[in-house]
Design a binder for this molecule. Structure first.
Ligand SMILES: [Zn+2]
Length: 82
């Protein structure tokens, strides 16, 4: 059975994986929906892990900033009171 390509309006077999004229993949909810769901899950999952890694990475950063601030304060304080 031939269907109209939604991109170039050419006749394309509905069993074709993509339009031979323009390469557009035919809109098929049974095929495209699981891909979108998987893509969303993957992005949500990676975002979650990025947040976890950032929160772990923030701990040493806070220690470094606190140490540096203490050292700078210890050096600067006597200079300010000379
Ligand atoms: Zn096409």
């Amino acid at each position: 059975m031939l269907i109209d390509c939604y991109e170039c309006k050419a006749k394309v077999s509905d069993s074709a994986a993509s339009c031979p004229h323009c390469g557009a993949i035919p809109a098929d909810p049974t095929q495209s929906l699981p891909v979108e769901v998987a893509d969303f899950d993957m992005r949500f999952g990676s975002m979650f892990w990025v947040l976890i890694k950032l929160s772990f990475a923030a701990v040493p950063a806070v220690i470094v900033i606190y140490t540096a601030w203490t050292i700078i304060g210890g050096v600067m304080n006597p200079l300010l009171h000379m």
